[in-house]
Ligand binder design. Structure first.
Ligand SMILES: Cc1cc2nc3c(=O)[nH]c(=O)nc-3n(C[C@H](O)[C@H](O)[C@H](O)COP(=O)(O)OP(=O)(O)OC[C@H]3O[C@@H](n4cnc5c(N)ncnc54)[C@H](O)[C@@H]3O)c2cc1C
Length: 373
């Protein structure tokens, strides 16, 4: 089979690896607009369950990924200067760049061709020159836009703003920190992803953003402002920028996941709010599901139909949970009157996927403290 891929992020690279591994005769080419060492952002997280899926799909890349990991089992909630730790949540962090390097190397070892600095403006000629065209070109997918009539995307720009920084302050666990000033409420989502660096994402509602005057502040001033808001938490460490910009979260869904021989995966197909940390997981698990569909059937239409019918319910479940989580953060100001323990409980159960019973089993100490009140 001849496969063209647009986008060398986790979704495109992992699909290429799995297809080439299954059949070395496949001719696979990835077009990636960036160079091999360019990336945005800092670290990404995986749950223990995702890691088991990655191991089953490709033990070689799994071994490389887990070698570089920083692991933890706690969510920490910081509110009114108190830190509440909830254990029983196994997660690991890795730098996005490290992850991409591992996947790039593995793909090239297997014989996948990657053309860097190759930005595809119009997918039509690539589409006509292959058996399958994979659109793995991320949240602002040009393929999705080009064939909008066929995919019928539903795009929802949310009102909260967020910005993705790094810092050398180490957060041992997924740490959710809430700080208030005259402008409003700021939430930080942070976790370490190597021995010296953490991801530090700051989110706030549009009123807070306006009141803080971010529209008039440049990169350095914004970091200084947020460094002051989170001064206690950052312990004197500066916020590090990597072309960091304020973004509105874009919720992506598509009515049709494929047409003819063109299929969407990863962020191009769907997004889930970063507060449940599953964008990379979903992108790579999409790749596993799509590669599995091709192992079962070689007919392209049948394989794509099969992929859609098996994967859609899983994605719908994730998006539903992520939606609840996103709405919680959009309304964070409402919860600021809660005590730290009450806030932690509200956060842990926000997506509807973790119940009181789950917490009692997984984090008995937290529930004991919560009930003691
Ligand atoms: C603030 C924030 C925090 C996040 N935190 C986490 C987290 O903790 N855990 C997690 O799992 N995920 C997280 N994510 C999500 C994660 O970054 C994405 O969901 C994931 O990278 C999706 O993979 P992808 O391969 O579909 O897309 P991408 O990683 O976006 O890759 C798409 C690739 O396509 C390329 N491309 C785009 N257009 C073209 C074109 N026309 N021609 C050629 N190439 C093109 C791009 O350069 C890019 O390399 C976070 C996202 C954000 C914004």
């Amino acid at each position: 089979m001849k496969i063209n891929i647009i986008g060398g992020g986790p979704a495109g690279l992992y699909f290429a690896i799995l297809m080439k591994k299954a059949n070395a005769a496949h001719r696979i080419k990835i077009h990636e607009r960036n160079g091999p060492d360019d990336t945005f952002g800092w670290g990404v997280v995986f749950s223990g369950k995702t890691l088991a899926n990655l191991r089953a799909a490709d033990a070689e890349s799994h071994a490389q990924i887990t070698k570089q990991f920083e692991a933890w089992d706690n969510v920490d909630v910081v509110h009114h200067d108190a830190k509440i730790s909830i254990h029983g949540n196994s997660f690991s962090g890795i730098a996005r760049l490290q992850l991409l390097k591992i996947l790039q190397r593995r793909a090239e070892e297997l014989g996948v061709e990657i053309e860097y600095r190759s930005e595809i403006q119009d997918a039509e000629s690539l589409k006509n020159d292959c058996d399958v065209l994979l659109a793995a070109d991320g949240v602002n997918s040009t393929v999705r836009l080009r064939y909008a009539e066929q995919f019928q995307p539903e795009l929802d720009v949310r009102t909260n703003r967020y910005i993705w920084y790094g810092t050398n302050q180490l957060f041992h666990g997924l740490t959710l920190t809430f700080r208030e000033n005259d402008a409003g409420v700021f939430a930080a989502h942070s976790y370490k992803f190597n021995s010296s660096t953490s991801t530090f994402i700051v989110e706030c509602d549009p009123n807070t953003w306006e009141q803080a005057g971010f529209a008039q502040l440049g990169d350095e001033q914004t970091r200084e402002y947020l460094g002051n808001v989170f001064a206690v938490d950052l312990n004197g460490q500066p916020l590090l920028s990597n072309n960091s910009k304020w973004i509105n979260f874009l919720l992506v869904k598509n009515k049709n996941w494929f047409f003819e021989n063109v299929v969407l995966i990863g962020d191009a197909l769907h997004t889930a709010h970063f507060s449940i940390g599953s964008g990379t997981k979903l992108a790579m698990e999409d790749a596993i599901a799509l590669a599995d569909a091709f192992h079962e059937r070689t007919d392209v239409d049948e394989a794509l139909t099969n992929f859609t019918s098996k994967r859609r319910p899983v994605i719908q479940d994730y998006q539903a949970a992520a939606f609840e989580s996103m709405v919680w953060f959009e309304n964070a100001a409402r919860y600021m009157g809660l005590s730290p323990l009450e806030l932690a409980y509200s956060l842990m159960t926000r997506s509807g996927r973790v119940s009181y019973e789950d917490l009692k089993r997984r984090a008995p100490e937290f529930i004991r403290l919560y009930e003691a009140g």
